[in-house]
Design a protein around this ligand. Sequence first.
Ligand SMILES: [Fe+2]
Length: 277
Amino acid sequence: MKRKVFIKSLLGFAGLGLFSGVYAWQFEPFWLQFVKKKMTIPNLPQSLKGKTLMQISDIHVGNKFDWNYIIDSFQKAKLYNPDFVVYTGDFVTYEDENQFTQLETVLKSAVKGKIATVAILGNHDYGHGWSNSVVANSIVELLQKAGIQVLRNEEAEFDNLTIIGFDDFWGTNFNPEKAMKNYNSSKANLVMCHNPDVCDLDIWKGYKGWILSGHTHGGQVKPPFLNPPMLPVKNKKYSAGEIDLNDGRTLYINRALGHLWQVRFNVRPEITIFELA
Ligand SMILES: [Fe+2]
């Protein structure tokens, strides 16, 4: 009898393990969550209050997973009819030139904002070793062809909202000095920066406001009540979600729409919808 109970529980555990494995491999990586947040921006003009800004990050088009999932997610996202759409880097998981044609196909369905659509690059957009500026330039060209404006250490103003875009920290063109050159604290500002570790560098010129990041994918796997064990950042506090940096800056780390390895547990893929206030 005792033996029977033992075998039964053993089978139970094996079943649970198998279920969790299949869940983390086949289900959660494609179980998109739309996360809604309020974003208070100092000096925001009345005309932009209540408008929506959608953040999409780390789509990682390539051979690691079926990128039709990204196209499907874009279709769902379009139903929200966002005013602004910002893409915070890692458009591809680069192996070779095939990623350009794959990305071009995916971008035919890209989500666009009614007012503006902007992007910055991530480390994966710089090819092998994050060191190939030719790959990065090709991706920028594809984005621009798709009607997405790419900010590389520069700012752009849309209906009196200034969006400042940093080029990637690990890439070959990181120049925060240039990005912050025209920073004017009396305007309404928003910063896009792929890698959240940049928040800890001494380059911010007293910036107050939101910083939108990606890069970590939330660690992709997170045991309940613990930090995710795999985070590609120096500052392990920077895993996911809204983080008050206690100096007037608020960091938001999107958990990514795509992934590198096809496994997610307790870290669902995300598209964020901010309501401006
Ligand atoms: Fe990424």
